[in-house]
Design a binder for this molecule. Sequence first.
Ligand code: NDP
Length: 253
Amino acid sequence: MAMHNPFSLEGKNILVTGGSRGIGKAIVLGLAAQGANVAFTFARSEEAAKEVQSEVEKTGNKCLIFQADAVDFSAAESVINEVTSAWGSLDVVVNNAGITKDTLIMRMTEQQWDDVINTNLKSVFNYSKASIRPMMRQRSGSIINISSVVGISGNAGQTNYAASKSGIIGFTKSLAKEVASRGIRVNAVAPGYITTEMTGKLSEDVLESITKSIPLAKAGQVDDIANCVIYLSSEASKYITGETIRVDGGMAM
Ligand code: NDP
C-alpha cells in the first residue's frame, strides 16, 4: 500500500482570488501541480486568465474562472456557490487579490484610501464569509490570506496598503479563534520583496537599496510564495492556525 503523503493536494478543491497574474497565477499553477482542482477570480485580464486556465487543465485537474471584482460582496457569494455546486466541496480559499496606490498621506486622496482598503481588506471579509458556511458543514477547511511584510514593519508612502495588510493579520487571528473548533484553519502569508509586474517598474537604485535590506540578499520569486501556500493548503500544516508566515528572505525579522 502507498504511504499517505500529507503534502499532497490530490482531490482538493481550491479557490484563489486574483489568479490571472503575478503571485496569484503562481499559486494557482503550484496548487494544480500538486493535484488540486483550482478555481480563480480576476478583475480585468481575461486573456491572461484563460491562458492560466488552459495551463491548469494541462495538468489533468479542473479549473473554473470568474471575472469578479473582489470588492463585490454578493459576487463573492455567487463565486463560492458556483464552485461548491460544481465540485461538491471547498477545501481551501486563498485571498490573494490586491493592489497598491502609493503616495504620502499629504497627497493621498479619499479614493486612493478607499480603493486599497476595499480591494485588499474588504475582499478578504467577502470571500472568507462566503466560504465559512460550506467549510463548517464539512467541518474542515483552510483559509490563506496574502498579507505583506509592509503590514508588519510599515512603509512610508503606503499608509493605505500597510493598514490593509495589518488588518488582514488581525482578521486572520480573530477568524482563526472563531472557527478552530469546526476544524477550519486560518493563516496569513507575508511576502517580502517579490519580483512581479507590481514591483518590476522600480529603478536600479531602488532595487539595490531594497536588496541591501534583505539578509538572503536577493528578491524572492513568485514560486516562493506559492510553495508556502501549498504547505498551508495541505494536511502537513494541520496543527498551524492563526499564524502569519513571513516569506521575505529575512527582511522583516
Ligand atoms: P499583480 O498586480 O501582479 O496581480 C494582482 C492580481 O490580483 C491580478 O490577478 C489581478 O487581476 C487581481 N486583482 C486586482 N484587483 C482585483 C479586484 N478588484 N478583484 C479581483 N481581482 C483583482 O500583484 P502581485 O501578484 O504582486 O500581488 C498579489 C498579492 O501579493 C497582493 O495581495 C499583494 O498585495 C501581495 N504582495 C505582493 C508583493 C510583491 O512583492 N509583489 C509583496 C507583498 C505582498 P487582473 O489581472 O484582472 O487585474
